[in-house]
Design a protein around this ligand. Structure first.
Ligand code: NAD
Ligand code: DAU
Length: 332
């Protein structure tokens, strides 16, 4: 791979992947990113300009996508509208970016016979009961709950159809919940850390018994690179690090690690259609591609993440105010 196009490379997961491509391959990286409210172009500032080029634009711009794909050996499609709560207040950009954008990329990689990897989510599988011992596997049927996860599922179906009908050389990964530096403060872990830093209690939707399966973003990006380099075309891989915790457990751990009383939390309005539990069985990725998560100690990862947000107040402060104003309007 001489030149890799990473869509959404200025976002939370995408920037981790761009760093990994620069440090672990010889490829040049083109980042196509619209720089929405969720982007952090400054997360790419430390990378060499002769290896990374940022193209500010939309994955739903057919002419731009065509010209970038024509010059690429591989495309990793990371860009998306990514936040469930936003998809409940306005699904429109989710349909445009996640569905139309993926369609246009697929048409371009089909035209130029370019290798394609689709970064997707475990949420396409819907949810599991809290007490269910089962985990999601590559064979679990799609059953998305939210507008966000429905658009991701639709996009994944497009990818599979382009593989089967047109012979596009594509793979798909479904990852569980990521955490780490550069994640927007609208998301659960950074929201709690920054609420506590601002002297307020953690905010828990509903009962807080909901379970998420946490993985560090750098382990997600190492899995994506392994799949891009060694994955079987047409295959789907699940990415997870055996990190199941209830939201209450995570909030209490963050409070304790930040030296606060573990009861400094409030239960707020629940999310509509709130998925109860996600859990990933990532055996195929581990056995077939030899991938392993390296940052498996969730508490150690939280300590580092808390330190990072404590040291980067300048980065999140203005987004924080706007995010909390939007949450206040929904009682969350
Ligand atoms: P994010 O919201 O932090 O970043 C998304 C990036 O995409 C931003 O830089 C944004 O500017 C860009 N973008 C949005 N719309 C665009 C458009 N129309 N054209 C070009 N760029 C656009 O999201 P994230 O958390 O980094 O998630 C990235 C991908 O990983 C998504 O596809 C998501 O479904 C998937 N994923 C995320 C997680 C997670 O926990 N964060 C887990 C599994 C899968
Ligand atoms: O599972 C992968 C998905 O993980 C990705 O596809 C999504 O892009 C990513 O946003 C994430 O989705 P979730 O909806 O699980 O993440 P979020 O951080 O929004 O919420 C995590 C859990 O915490 C969820 O049960 C809702 C709850 N929550 C969230 C916020 C923001 C709270 O209890 N309080 C909060 O303030």
């Amino acid at each position: 791979m001489r030149r890799v196009l990473v869509t959404g490379g200025a976002g939370f997961v995408g920037s981790s992947l761009v760093h990994r491509l620069v440090s672990e391959t010889d490829a040049s990286v083109d980042v196509l990113d619209k720089l929405t409210y969720a982007a952090s172009p400054e997360s790419l500032d430390d990378l060499p300009p002769d290896r990374v080029r940022l193209v500010v634009g939309d994955v739903a711009d057919a002419a731009l996508v065509d010209s970038l794909v024509a010059d690429s050996d591989a495309v990793v499609h990371v860009a998306a509208e990514s936040h469930n709560d936003n998809s409940l207040s306005d699904p429109t950009p989710f349909v445009q970016t996640n569905l139309v954008g993926t369609f246009l990329l697929l048409e371009a990689v089909r035209r130029y016979d370019v290798r394609f990897h689709q970064v997707s989510t475990d949420e396409v599988y819907g949810d599991l009961a809290l007490e269910d011992p089962k985990r999601f596997t590559e064979d679990t049927p799609f059953r998305p709950s939210s507008p966000y996860s429905a658009t991701k599922a639709g996009a994944d179906h497009l990818v599979s159809a382009w593989v089967r009908s047109f012979g596009v050389r594509a793979t798909i990964s479904h990852c569980s919940n990521n955490y780490g530096p550069w994640q927007h403060v609208e998301k659960f872990i950074p929201r709690q850390i920054t609420e506590i830093l601002e002297g307020r209690p953690a905010r828990i939707y509903g009962s807080g018994e909901h379970v998420r399966d946490w993985i560090h973003a750098d382990d997600h990006s190492s899995a994506v690179l392994a799949i891009l380099e060694r994955g079987r075309v047409g295959e789907t891989y699940l990415v997870g690090a055996d990190g199941e915790h209830s939201n209450l457990e995570v909030a209490r751990t963050i409070l304790r690690l930040m030296g606060r009383d573990e009861d400094q939390l409030v239960h707020v309005e629940d999310r509509a259609g709130h998925d109860r539990r996600y859990a990933i069985e990532s055996g195929l990725l581990r056995s077939e591609l030899g991938w392993q998560p390296r940052l498996k100690d969730f508490e150690a990862g939280l300590v580092e993440t808390i330190a990072w947000y404590s040291a980067h107040r300048d980065w999140w402060a203005s987004d924080k105010a706007a995010t909390e104003a939007a949450y206040a309007a929904t009682g969350q």
